[in-house]
Ligand binder design. Structure first.
Ligand SMILES: Cc1cc2nc3c(=O)[nH]c(=O)nc-3n(C[C@H](O)[C@H](O)[C@H](O)COP(=O)(O)OP(=O)(O)OC[C@H]3O[C@@H](n4cnc5c(N)ncnc54)[C@H](O)[C@@H]3O)c2cc1C
Length: 460
């Protein structure tokens, strides 16, 4: 039996979903609708700070914002939405990672789909079995402890030539993708390991080899050529081997082969070369653009259905459409960033409320405020409102931006406290080893393979 009050169901409690619900809680009177959030976790991961977790600069819980604390009258249903039915207006929700009683079906009158993105996987032999993404707390924690374990094992190997090759493998890290995720993870983690490596009796700080690979000609292309060149020089000065213009051809258990034929023996492969919209989007049977659900400027995808954030292809009204062969191209899409996801959440909250008779719907328009990237130590790059800033001022802007954007005061204070303590105390290097390697692979950590085969989609 359907409820008498309108049911607003939101899938995904990340940047977009959380901000949409906060807005809905504010503008919709309680008697107007029940608000329901489907999320596999009871927290939002502030993903721009995951590199700080990998590099031991932040405690993992401090970048996890409690959904129950921030949302006051939203019912949280723990689990993954597995599919959404447009005809019946229902969503099937599978059990959460913490257990549960099998699949439940929720009825909706308004549906907001905001499950974010997953690490893009390529048909490269061995990639799925060996590569680790940096999208979830599980992956960030695994990577941190895995690197410490490699140092432990390398340190304990007999100092005999027969073990030299294995020692080198264990102390080599290959990272693929030099966008903000890959560059920040490499820069910050490299900086941290150099500070702690002397704690192992048989290791030297220079023993750890880092190789950062990207098919493009520059690092941090999102921040423009000057800041990209600055970041590149910081990385190279610190000893990171940056290999541009190449990609990965194949991955074996202990080697990565690049497209230029170079073979790098390593036991750690970090993958952050692109993202794709959540596989959930394909179950809706609506038009997609590279896995993202196409919406109009009000972020509506279909009657009663909206989509926002990384999983949505929203027209970017603040950027001019280009021209191709004298013809106007379709409008560009908003970039998959937290900045857009959060603001789209705010606007879509209004629009869903408007569809229930409270307020007026509006189009989404936001001029990008620019990105920041923390390179560890005193180095960072920032481009607020187009102004290029590096070094300590860049660092202050990057950290100030994240503190402001964290959606909970208690998380802000804890993160600030971690940063201050980390600046004045010796860095941490205790390994907790709480994540099993098989749980940290992209498919498992990001639950990419739990969805039924997609309904036929009109475009992809
Ligand atoms: C390491 C890293 C660094 C980044 N740095 C920056 C930065 O500096 N600046 C910036 O603007 N952006 C940055 N980003 C990008 C930014 O984090 C994303 O654009 C943003 O998180 C997108 O918000 P979202 O709400 O669409 O998705 P998310 O925040 O990922 O939230 C999606 C939520 O949906 C949940 N979910 C997934 N599937 C389902 C399902 N089937 N059912 C229910 N719930 C589901 C997920 O668990 C998650 O909680 C970074 C991303 C990463 C990974």
């Amino acid at each position: 039996m359907r409820a008498t009050r309108a049911q607003v169901v939101v899938i995904g409690g990340g940047f977009a979903g959380l901000h949409a619900l906060r807005r809905l809680e504010r503008v919709l009177p309680p008697e107007a609708a029940d608000l329901v959030l489907v999320s596999p976790t009871d927290y939002l991961v502030y993903s721009p700070l995951l590199p700080d977790v990998v590099a031991s600069a932040l405690e993992p819980r401090h970048v996890a914002v409690s959904l129950r604390q921030v949302l006051r009258r939203t019912r949280l249903v723990l689990g993954h939405a597995l599919s959404a039915d447009r005809a019946d207006r229902t969503v099937d929700v599978g059990p959460s990672e913490r257990g549960g009683d099998g699949t439940v079906t929720l009825a909706w009158d308004r549906l907001l789909v905001a499950p974010g993105s997953v690490t893009r996987r390529f048909p490269i032999p061995g990639m799925s079995e060996q590569a680790h993404g940096v999208k979830t707390l599980t992956e960030a924690l695994f990577l941190r402890d895995h690197l410490l374990t490699q140092l432990d094992i390398a340190d304990s190997l007999p100092r005999e030539p027969a073990f030299d090759a294995e020692r080198r493998e264990r102390l080599t890290v290959v990272a693929v993708g030099a966008g903000y995720t890959g560059t920040e993870v490499v820069a910050q983690t490299h900086h941290w390991l150099r500070r702690v490596a002397s704690r192992w009796t048989h290791l030297d700080v220079s023993d750890v080899r880092w190789v950062l690979v990207d098919v493009s000609a520059t690092v941090l292309p999102e921040l423009g050529p000057r800041l990209g060149a600055y970041a590149l020089s910081v990385l190279r000065r610190r000893g990171v081997e940056v290999r541009l213009g190449v990609s990965v051809a194949s991955v074996e258990r202990q080697t990565v082969t690049l497209t230029d034929g170079t073979v790098v023996a390593c036991r750690t492969l970090v993958w952050s070369a692109g993202i794709a919209g959540s596989p959930l989007m394909a179950t809706l049977g609506l038009p997609l653009d590279r896995g993202r659900l196409l919406t109009d400027a009000q972020m509506r995808a279909d009657e009663g259905i909206w989509a926002v954030g990384d999983a949505a292809a929203v027209p970017d009204l603040a950027r001019q459409p280009g021209r191709r062969s004298g013809q106007q191209k379709p409008p560009p899409l908003t970039a998959p960033t937290a900045q857009h996801a959060q603001r789209q959440g705010n606007v879509v909250g209004h629009n869903i409320a408007a569809s229930l008779g409270h307020g007026r719907a509006r189009a989404y328009r936001h001029k990008d405020l620019g990105l920041v990237a923390d390179l560890g130590g005193s180095k960072a790059v920032a481009k607020p409102l187009g102004i290029e800033i590096t070094g300590l001022p860049g660092k202050a802007i990057a950290r100030g931006y994240h503190l402001m954007a964290l959606p909970s005061m208690s998380n802000r204070v804890r993160v600030l406290n971690d940063w201050v303590l980390n600046a004045v105390l010796a860095p941490q290097s205790a390994s907790l080893s709480v994540v099993r390697p098989e749980d940290a692979l992209i498919a498992t950590a990001q639950s990419t393979d739990i969805y039924p085969s997609p309904a036929s989609s009109p475009a992809s």
